[in-house]
Structures are given as C-alpha cells and as structure tokens.
Design a protein around this ligand. Structure first.
Ligand code: PLP
Length: 467
C-alpha cells in the first residue's frame, strides 16, 4: 500500500514550502550557529511500523536533530578544506533529487550530456586541453582511486599484463613515488591491492612540502627504466605547497612514469592570474583529481577525475553487460568510474558555473586567499601565536607560541575554540610541530569574519591560561 505516499504527494507543494521555510530559517541562523558541535548522546528511534508522513518526519527531525547540526556551510568553519555551497549550486542540488536521473549513460536522457558539458566547462576553468576526458565522482578520494586505477592498468601494460583481466599477481611490485602524498592516496592504494607500502617518499625541499626534483630524478634514474607512478601534489593540506609540475613533466622525456596530480583544491589556483603559474604543467598530467565540494562550493559530495587515457580507463571500469551497451569510441559513464548507477552530480556544478562564470571563481579564490593573508598578519604580529609555515594560498598553518608545545595542548585549545563555537579549525602535525590549520574556502567568508575569528582565537588563549 502506498497510501501515505499518495497522501504526501497530493500535498507536495505544502511539503516543499515547508522545506523552503526550514532552509530560510537555517540560513538566517547560520551566522550565529556554532561552527561545529560535539553532538549530544541521543536515544535512537526504532523503525516505525506505520509511517508518520513527510511533514511529521520533518517536525521530528527539527525537534530532535536540527539544533545540533554544525555550521559547516557557514563562513567560519575552517576545518579540513570545507567549501560552502553557492546559491546556484544549492538550487541545482535540490533539483537533482527532484529530477532523480540515473546518469549511467547518455542515451535515455539529456542528463549525461549536461555532465559532458559541465566537464568541458571545468576543463576551461582549469585550462586543460581538449584531449582530457572527465567524470564526476563522490570526492577527491574516489578521484584519486580512479586515477591510480588507470595508472595501475598502464603499469600492467608496461609489463605485458592486463591487470583488469589477470590481476596483480604476475607483476613486480609497483612503486608509487611522491613527496608528500595525501592520506587518501594510501587509502586508494589499499583498495587497489597495490598496498600502502608501495609509496616511496622522496624528500621535499627544505622547509617545504614540495618534492625535491633532484632527488626525484635520482630515484627515477636508479629504477633503470622500470616504470613507476608519480603522484604529484598541487596543494598540500597543511601549507598548500605545490610540486613543480613543469619540472616533473620534463622528467618524462627521460624516464617512464605515469603522472597523477592530486589537485583536490589547489587546482583552483588556475582560476586566478595571480596564482595560475602554481599549476603550470597540470595540462601534461596523465590523470588529475579535483574536488568540487571544496573550492567549487557545491554541496557534498562531488569531485572530478580527469585523464588523457580514457581507453585505459575503460579497460578498468567497463561493466560488460549486453543491455548496457558498450561503444569503445564513446563509452558511457557506466564504463568509466566505480559506480554503475550514478547521481546527476554534475547539475549543481553546471548551475554554479553558469551563474558565476570564470570571474566568480576568480573572485572566490582571490578573496579566500586575501582572508587567509589577513589572519596570517594577525598571527605573525601576535605574541600568543606563531606561524608554523608561510601562508602560500588559502590555508594558515600556525601554532601556539608557548615553549614545548604538544599535541595535547593543541587539542585542548581547539576544544575550547569548538566550545566557543565562533570558529572551527583542525589540528595537524607539520614537520614535527603540533599545529593548527585554518583553511579558507567558503565564498561567504569576509573581513568581518576574520575579526570574529581573531577575537575567538584570542579569548580561547585567555581561557587556556585560566585552566
Ligand atoms: C580533501 C583532499 C583529498 C580527499 O578528498 P575527499 O573529497 O575528502 O575525498 C585528497 N587530496 C587532497 C589534496 C585533499 O585536499
């Protein structure tokens, strides 16, 4: 019986209007909502026998949970690298659920074509040439997984093995070379059967998170022609450092390697003429990861994987089934990523790119960097804090100026800050120093926020002294 569903659908306008009301209420309260919450312990409800209908479900949710949601959509959530959501992106995202398309292919709805158009627009935004293809996945971790899966297949070919058919067993151990790989690279390698231990860390330049090119060259030379996979960084999470992609690309003339670039958020440097040289050489990578739920400011979850080797990608991800169709010249999305059925994830990106264009993204990037610099100035001038690293783009990496700072002290301080609620930041260990990261990637964050953030930081220091 679908009685309750019918009843709800008859009043769908009322339900959606109620959702609009709740949304407006949320946005109006976002400024004063705590940036992050230690959630309370709550009783878990049982599955109802008779449902209560959509309106009552909404009321229930509001009563029980809504107050304890974090303000991560707001302007002072500086933890991890957490983008907000632009108004147009939210509009697109709502419609994704309403339209409920399955973007596994491009031949039963226009939705797939919209994804292709969105990918083309993004290639323009990141100045990637025509020979790249791309698709949406759920996050940079998945984009790294896809890029490394294609790399793995390529590595197999170098040894005359088709990994997608024969597995890894006949291959020598793959070497994955990186200066400062993101944790998700290790996770992807674990999922891919290549193993976390396949990572060979190459030293970085002094006081940097960028790979020492001469050490990389030395490593490649010692491989004596054995192929490997190089994972380069375009924006590390602690200090937003960039490997010298141009120099790494040059090494390809002499050595055989696959170049995967993790540009999860650093890729957005391409949006501003002030910073685009940081990603010079990105257009020569074999595979690229860029997140959308970070600096593109679309709602979770969304990222893109790009590659110049779609033919190899299809070998890995093809989902052979007669009824699904499989044109090698123009493979459907179902043959390109881990998912078979796929959400219309491109739509929020399409909306926001159309709504704000190149100029809009240049402004978001430049403004976030400016705000990071404002906070940097405050930190540098203060007696209570000191910078742990220079601020290269949108992340301020700093620490307390006390002698012998420990991770415990950082956690205690960040807990006080979380209790205060005006700002949320996350801890890190940078070159052995316990530190704090403040990552700016929300379109809303402005000078007033930086003032409030500074007040909160300063007051938490006083609270520390009192305890
Ligand atoms: C955030 C991030 C990731 C992981 O991204 P998710 O979207 O959380 O899966 C990978 N690499 C870098 C450099 C990142 O900043």
């Amino acid at each position: 019986m679908v009685k309750k569903m019918n009843e709800d659908f008859n009043v769908i306008q009322m339900i959606l209007e109620q959702i609009i009301k709740e949304s407006i209420h949320f946005f109006e309260g976002l400024e004063s909502r705590a940036a992050a919450f230690q959630p309370p312990t709550l009783q878990r409800d049982k599955l109802p026998v008779e449902g209560i209908g959509a309106m009552n479900a909404l009321e229930n949710f509001k009563e029980k949970y809504a107050a304890f949601l974090s303000g991560s959509a707001g302007s002072r959530y500086l933890g991890f690298v957490t983008g907000g959501a632009t108004p147009a992106a939210i509009a697109g995202d709502w419609l994704v659920s309403v339209y409920d398309q399955n973007v596994a292919s491009t031949d039963d709805s226009v939705a797939g074509k919209v994804e292709l158009e969105t990918i083309d627009m993004l290639k323009e935004l990141f100045q990637l040439p025509k020979n790249y293809s791309g698709s949406f996945v759920s996050g940079a971790t998945m984009a790294n997984f896809v890029g490394l899966a294609i790399a793995r297949q390529w590595f197999g070919h170098q040894h005359g093995i088709n990994v997608s058919q024969q597995g890894l067993f006949l291959l020598p151990k793959m070497k994955v070379v990186s200066g400062c790989a993101h944790s998700s690279i290790y996770k992807a390698l674990s999922m891919l059967g290549m193993g976390r231990e396949s990572v060979q860390s190459i030293p970085c330049l002094p006081d940097r998170e960028a790979i020492d090119i001469s050490r990389l060259r030395e490593f490649l030379r010692e491989l004596k022609g054995e192929p490997c996979i190089v994972v380069a960084n375009a924006g590390t999470v602690n200090t937003v450092d960039f490997d010298n992609l141009r120099e790494i690309v040059k090494l390809k003339d002499e050595y055989t390697f696959w170049l995967h670039v993790d540009a999860a958020f650093g890729g957005f440097a391409a949006c501003s003429p002030k910073y685009h040289e940081l990603v010079d050489g990105l257009d020569q990578a074999d595979s690229i990861t860029i997140d959308a739920h970070k600096w593109l400011n679309v709602p979770y979850d969304s990222a893109m994987q790009f590659t110049r080797h779609k033919d190899i990608q299809v070998e890995v991800f093809q989902n052979n089934a007669a009824y699904l169709g499989n044109s090698i010249d123009n493979p459907e999305f179902v043959h390109l990523t881990p998912e078979n059925s796929r959400r219309f994830r491109a739509l929020p990106a399409w909306f926001t790119l159309n709504a704000y264009g190149k100029v809009g993204y240049r402004e978001i990037v430049e403004r976030n960097v400016e705000m990071a610099q404002l906070l940097t100035k405050r930190v540098a001038e203060s007696t209570f804090f000191r910078l742990a690293a220079p601020t290269r783009l949108n992340v301020v990496c700093f620490t307390l100026a006390t002698e012998g700072i420990t991770m415990d002290v950082i956690h205690k301080y960040l807990d006080l800050l979380k209790q205060d609620g005006r700002v949320f930041m996350t801890p890190t260990l940078y070159k052995g120093t316990p530190a704090i990261r403040a990552a700016f990637s929300n379109w809303r964050t402005d000078e007033d926020d930086v003032e409030i953030i500074w007040d909160a930081l300063s007051e938490a220091i006083k609270d520390m002294d009192r305890k």
